[in-house]
Design a protein around this ligand. Structure first.
Ligand SMILES: Cc1ncc(COP(=O)(O)O)c(C=O)c1O
Length: 356
């Protein structure tokens, strides 16, 4: 692939690519051969480099482990039909990363530093971008506090690592979800709108309980008696009510998904009406009873869209109609995939293209 940067590269002496069954990719299991690493010290980001993917050494006192200064992103690169590679919405992911860093009192990362590292890694490991429906290279930028200290303080040292690995489709079949009415994921004024590690740790217990009850995921609410829906697992949620898309408006308790934003722009383009407004679990029950709720789906980088089969609201179970290729979620996903693979015009300028 053609790309020159000043980032020094240490090549792996033995690629692991021949060990991967690209027809059977478990999400998050396989890492590509290399990773980008940089560190923050003395008030600046320094020493960017690409090295073989490997374990790292940190102090047991690294502040991230104790006080949670750790944020990340989740993004994807796709093999295009002409053999080039597209990385999806780099600027939007960088913008959200800045927001997360800022909220967690961590140092900003200049766009070019982020963009150069990302492109250099994907370029070097381009053979790891899988071809085929639903497949992509998942990219995980991570920044965490690496200073070793006992005291509760803002770290003065950080590590920035970008790693990647090939993935296939996330959720094979429509989901059974439960509206969570005991626990919440985020509070007003908290960190819910950021991609900080603690948001995920805190969501595991309620999700584990839901799984024990036979559900795939929970739908988080705002914790009010109205049970206003917020999001689900690692996805935003969208509903089709009366042929319009209805989705909760972004707030400081919801992560602003790049997939959500993309699907809403595509819906506008397809002249599908979009309402960003509060939607309570009880409204969903009523809309289902009068036949107006025809689709419910998650939207996120990992799954793209994840249709929902049933939604349990307290003791009521909403059964969604079956999905077909005409379903709005499928139409939107096809459009999105077409843009990413170069089958449709990239009118929104979402793709960063690396030439083969
Ligand atoms: C909590 C949460 N909400 C929503 C999303 C969807 O965001 P995106 O579409 O940018 O992947 C994610 C995934 O990143 C997430 O972790």
């Amino acid at each position: 692939m053609i790309l020159t940067t000043n980032i020094p590269v240490t090549h792996t002496f033995k690629s692991a690519i021949s060990e991967i069954d690209f027809n059977n990719l478990e999400f998050g299991k396989h890492m590509s051969d290399h990773m980008f690493v940089a560190r923050y010290a003395d008030g600046e980001w320094c020493d960017p480099k690409i090295v073989p993917f490997a374990d790292i050494t940190i102090a047991p006192t690294a502040l991230a482990l104790h006080y949670g200064q750790s944020v990340f992103e989740g993004m994807k690169a796709f093999k295009m039909d002409d053999g080039n590679i597209s990385i999806f919405r780099v600027a939007s992911h960088h913008e959200r990363l800045q927001k997360s860093l800022n909220r967690m009192s961590m140092p900003a990362i200049p766009f070019s530093f982020f963009d150069d590292g990302l492109k250099a890694l994907v370029n070097l490991d381009h053979a790891w971008v899988p071809e085929g429906e639903g497949k992509s290279l998942y990219i995980r930028p991570l920044i965490f506090a690496s200073e070793g200290r006992f005291g509760v303080k803002i770290s003065e040292e950080y590590l920035f690592i970008i790693m990647a690995g090939p993935v296939g489709s996330f959720y094979p079949k429509p989901l059974n979800v439960k509206v969570e009415d005991t626990y919440t994921r985020a509070a007003q004024g908290g960190t819910g709108a950021t991609k900080c590690a603690g948001n995920y740790g805190g969501s595991f217990y309620p999700t584990q309980l839901a799984r024990q009850q036979g559900f795939d995921q929970v739908l988080w609410t705002d914790g009010s008696d109205e049970l206003n829906i917020e999001e689900s697992g690692t996805m935003n949620v969208l509903f089709v009510i009366d042929n319009c898309i209805v989705t909760p408006p972004l707030s400081d308790t919801i992560l602003g998904g790049i997939t959500r934003d993309s699907l809403l722009q595509l819906a506008n383009d397809l002249k599908i009406e979009v309402h960003e407004r509060k939607v309570s679990a009880f409204e969903l029950v009523a809309a289902s009873e009068n036949g107006k709720l025809t689709e419910a789906f998650g939207a996120g980088t990992a799954a793209i869209t994840a249709p929902i089969a049933t939604i349990t609201v307290k003791e009521k179970k909403i059964m969604l109609p079956a999905y077909s290729s005409d379903s709005i979620c499928k139409q939107l996903e096809r459009r999105l995939t077409a843009i990413r693979t170069g089958n449709a015009n990239d009118v929104f300028k979402w793709n960063t293209v690396l030439l083969k």
